[in-house]
Design a protein around this ligand. Structure first.
Ligand code: BES
Ligand code: ZN
Length: 881
């Protein structure tokens, strides 16, 4: 029998807690193996609950040492205790205080949930249900309490002691070598936002004065000696605070804001009230160790976790089905922040690339679920691209529909009306309905069913009438036959041979947006002087797939003339995708790729140096997973890889002179100090995109060029780009470069992660064996999530030809790793498993191999609930999808 039998939690079964916990006083005596936690809980019956109901506190792997009620120890008959629950069958029908002492072994906690140690630093992770691994509690987000935490530890081992809220007291316990700190958080919060930290850490700090005049002490804590790598994160905190005041009128609400970086962390970062805990990958940055992409991710994640202070903490979620209420909204907010800090078009393209690479496949496979799921077996498996990325797109569509002013007013109302409460998606939408007088009930359908809608469009120009009409039809694959149409905002414009047709008009287009809210519609646009090319879904105004027959010449007109940056990029992507998929099907023509190369050439001549970041994106062809997603079924990853390689080589050949010239024009004069700003990063990105094409066209010359760049690089971005290019070119130069890189960064785990990842992504037969070898490397550790993600995660999720090897060796490697990891850290094991999410779309031989790997995993005795859930749903054998 399985120890973790999946139990399904259903949205429709929600009912309020029978009890509330108003105040929590925690006393945590830290010790590596014998930590003692005393929790004093002020409990009362919930007026909205069932009178006389038993009190059932959640636990996970807990050992109870003592229990008393209002100071009296409880008779054994008055309670039942197990590692997973503490029950009082007949609790008092009045307010009472329960005092619970538990004993923990943080060093043995390999799941990295609850209280654990990372490189000797004590830290916690409580979302979604880790608090129950610290003490027995009503571990659900609609139970909100005011916390006071006393932390005690050996002073030499943990000179820094941090908790939620504001510091109130600290001191030594004379004669013991121990000291303590007391923290008080005046804002009621759910248990998942609890945190504490104890350890030897360096501190970098500054102050920020809020728009309300509150002086806030900001600090970032990192491993000793790494303080200089925390400056960028600290700066990002300041910019995030200022931006949220400016953009949403949201000010910070405590006297201190602390960020702590730890090296063992299941996720990217966590928004604990006043004490954000980060994976150090998203804090530490220096020019020699972090790439431009790392700097951008640090900025975005710092912002994301800070923004949760309002969207998540002040207004939290009623239950975990409402996860998108905080995550989708906060991703939208961090995307807006990054767009304001950087180039909006470039950022938007990046967002859409992520959505298409991660969310579209998820939504088309066995793990598809609504943005607000209706049931789950393991909530940790629902922190998905759908909840996050599609959730953010829904918020963006709402803004597009009601306009910016009404959106801001609705947000203000949402925060005001739900402050201090645990809210639902309905509460969110209600605020916008109240503000605009609109009925959003049909828009709410976006939260309800899985599947990416498709919109098929055909255009017709009537020269006599000077009208252009668009016939639109939406379908909802995967949403079920009873699904109603969704409300789809389509931002659009018309482009003529020489530029935008600004005189075109339609009463049904408001501020450039047409709303498709039926299955079929026809939009007629008037005053169209010449046959236009439509620019549709500008800025990717809705997360849908669009089918519109358009020839390459028309798309290249958009690349030239569209005023919408996203659609200019999209036009080039569509042409490239069509060429590659055509080649796969034996329909390619050299004329097609020549015409594309010529168009790219003129584009580069006209715009590359004016906007290098954008040009770099135009030069980056759709990825292999984009193409697989376009093809949809019977996928052969080797054929896709070959077609893509071939087009890269053709473009590289046709554009060689221009690419070399661009690289020269963009080269930084020696001695230029490194700056991570978007403009500098954009120049590096274009230089490196050019290198990629040059190497595809001329492997020998490319290898020399890449190797030279590795040696001359003054920063990690260029060094790593050289290494990534070289990684695709087998030979001794490459292996020597790998060896030298490993030697140079032997003491830098985060840099070695890049080295692991690049090797894991090599699209060659030897990669499975290489990855198995690297799993034995001294720098690799199965216990560290970053190492596992870098090596095995990159292989499974970013090496389509080798993970999907026809002989099944790639699947076997990942399955073996999942099974080896599952007992120690089931969350990370389950994340790895999601690589199997698209197995049904493979051609039959690979499909069979993937299925046997999945069945082998599922048949393994003692499997965690996390992995059982993903494997079961992937095979279509579970009711929890
Ligand atoms: N609340 C999450 C972190 C989290 C997720 C904790 C799942 C426990 C389980 C946090 O706000 C978050 O979303 N972090 C993201 C990064 C963010 C920029 C999207 C992450 O960790 O990947
Ligand atoms: Zn989040």
């Amino acid at each position: 029998m399985r120890t973790d039998t999946p139990q399904t939690v259903r949205l429709e079964d929600y009912r309020p807690s029978d009890h509330l916990i108003d105040r929590v006083e925690l006393d945590v005596r830290l010790d590596p193996h014998d930590t003692r936690v005393t929790a004093r809980l002020a409990i009362r019956p919930n007026p909205a609950g069932r009178p006389g109901a038993p009190l059932v506190l959640d636990g996970d792997d807990l050992r109870l040492l003592a229990l008393d009620l209002d100071g009296q120890s409880l008779a054994p008959a008055a309670f039942r205790v197990a590692p997973s629950a503490l029950t009082l069958p007949e609790p008092p029908q009045r307010p009472f205080t329960l005092t619970i002492e538990t004993r923990l072994d943080p060093t043995a906690n390999t799941k990295l949930m609850g209280l654990y140690r990372s490189n000797g630093v004590y830290c916690t992770q409580c979302e979604a249900d880790g608090f129950r691994r610290i003490t027995y509690f009503l571990d659900r987000p609609d139970v909100m309490s005011i916390y006071t935490t006393r932390i005690e530890a050996e002073e030499a081992a943990a000179p820094v002691l941090l908790g939620n809220g504001n510091p109130v007291e600290a001191g030594r316990i004379e004669g013991t070598g121990r000291h303590f700190a007391v923290w008080h958080d005046p804002h009621p919060k759910p248990a998942y936002l609890f945190a504490l930290v104890g350890g030897r850490l360096d501190r970098v700090s500054s102050t920020f004065t809020t728009m309300d005049g509150r002086a806030v002490e900001l600090a970032v804590y990192v491993e000793p000696g790494k303080g200089d790598r925390a400056a960028y994160a600290l700066d990002a905190v300041e910019r995030s605070m200022a931006w949220d005041e400016r953009t949403f009128g949201r000010a910070y609400d405590l006297d201190v804001f602390n960020v702590v970086a730890v090296s063992d962390f299941n996720m990217g970062a966590m928004e604990n009230k006043g004490l954000n805990i980060f994976n150090d990958k998203y804090v530490l940055a220096s020019p020699d160790t972090a790439t431009d992409a790392d700097y951008a991710a640090i900025e975005a994640i710092i912002a994301h976790e800070y923004f949760h202070n309002w969207s998540g903490n002040r207004v939290t979620c009623r239950d975990w089905f409402q996860l998108c209420l905080k995550e989708g909204l906060t991703v939208f907010r961090d995307q807006e922040f990054s767009s304001d800090m950087r180039s909006r078009d470039v950022h938007r393209i990046g967002e859409v690339r992520t959505l298409r690479a991660r969310q579209f496949p998820e939504d088309a496979g066995p793990l598809a679920h609504p943005v607000r799921p209706k049931r789950y077996a393991e909530i940790n498996n629902f922190y998905t691209a759908t909840v996050y990325e599609k959730g953010a797109e829904i918020v963006r569509m709402l803004r597009t529909l009601i306009g910016e002013r009404a959106f801001r007013a609705g947000m203000d109302r949402y925060f005001a009306e739900n402050d201090g409460t645990a809210a639902t998606v309905e509460d969110f939408l209600r605020a916008f309905e109240a503000e605009t007088g609109r009925d959003l009930s049909r828009f709410a359908e976006w939260y309800e069913r899985p599947g990416t809608p498709r919109v098929a469009i055909s255009g017709h120009y009537d020269a006599g009438a000077q009208t252009y009409s668009l016939a639109l039809r939406q379908t909802r694959p995967g949403a079920g036959s009873d699904a109603p149409p969704v409300v789809i905002p389509i931002r659009l414009g018309l482009i003529g041979q020489d530029g935008p047709l600004d005189d075109a008009r339609s009463p049904r287009v408001t501020d450039g947006v047409f709303v498709l809210d039926r299955w079929d519609d026809v939009l007629t646009i008037e005053n169209v002087a010449t046959a236009p090319v439509p620019s549709l879904f500008r800025g990717f105004s809705a997360p849908v797939r669009v089918d519109m027959a358009m020839d390459d010449t028309e798309r290249l007109t958009l690349l030239r003339h569209d005023t919408d940056g996203f659609n200019r990029w999209e036009a080039a992507q569509r042409v490239a995708a069509r060429l590659m998929i055509g080649a796969l099907r034996g329909e390619a023509t050299a004329a097609g790729s020549d015409a594309f190369a010529a168009a790219l050439g003129s584009f580069l001549d006209a715009r590359a140096l004016a906007d290098p970041a954008f040009a770099a994106l135009v030069l980056s062809l759709p990825s292999e997973s984009d193409l697989a997603d376009d093809i949809g079924s019977e996928i052969d990853p080797d054929a896709i890889h070959a077609a893509r390689y071939d087009l890269r080589a053709r473009l590289g050949t046709a554009l060689t002179d221009r690419l070399h010239a661009l690289r020269d024009a963009l080269a930084e004069p020696a001695g230029t100090p490194f700056s991570p700003d978007a403009a500098s990063a954009g120049r590096r990105a274009l230089r490196n995109a050019a290198l990629d094409l040059i190497a595809a066209a001329d492997p020998t010359g490319g290898a020399a060029c890449a190797d030279a760049q590795i040696h001359s690089a003054g920063n990690m971005t260029d060094r790593l780009a050289g290494l990534s290019t070289l990684a695709l070119l087998p030979g001794e130069t490459r292996e020597a470069a790998f060896a030298a890189f490993a030697e140079r960064y032997v003491d830098e785990p985060l840099v070695l992660d890049k080295w692991f990842a690049i090797q894991a992504m090599i699209p060659e037969d030897g990669t499975v064996e290489r990855v198995r070898r690297l799993q034995e490397h001294p720098a690799f550790a199965m216990t560290n999530p970053n190492r596992v993600r870098a090596l095995v995660g990159s292989f499974a999720l970013a090496n389509p030809t080798q993970f999907n090897r026809r002989d099944g060796a790639g699947f076997t490697l990942v399955a073996d790793t999942v099974l080896a990891l599952d007992r120690a850290n089931p969350q990370i094991a389950a994340r790895l498993m999601t690589a199997f999410g698209s197995w049904r779309r493979l051609e039959p031989v690979r499909r069979g191999m993937a299925e046997s790997a999945l069945r082998r995993i599922l048949a393994t005795p003692g499997l965690s609930r996390d992995v059982t859930d993903i494997a079961g749903r992937s095979l279509g054998e579970s009711v929890t999808a």
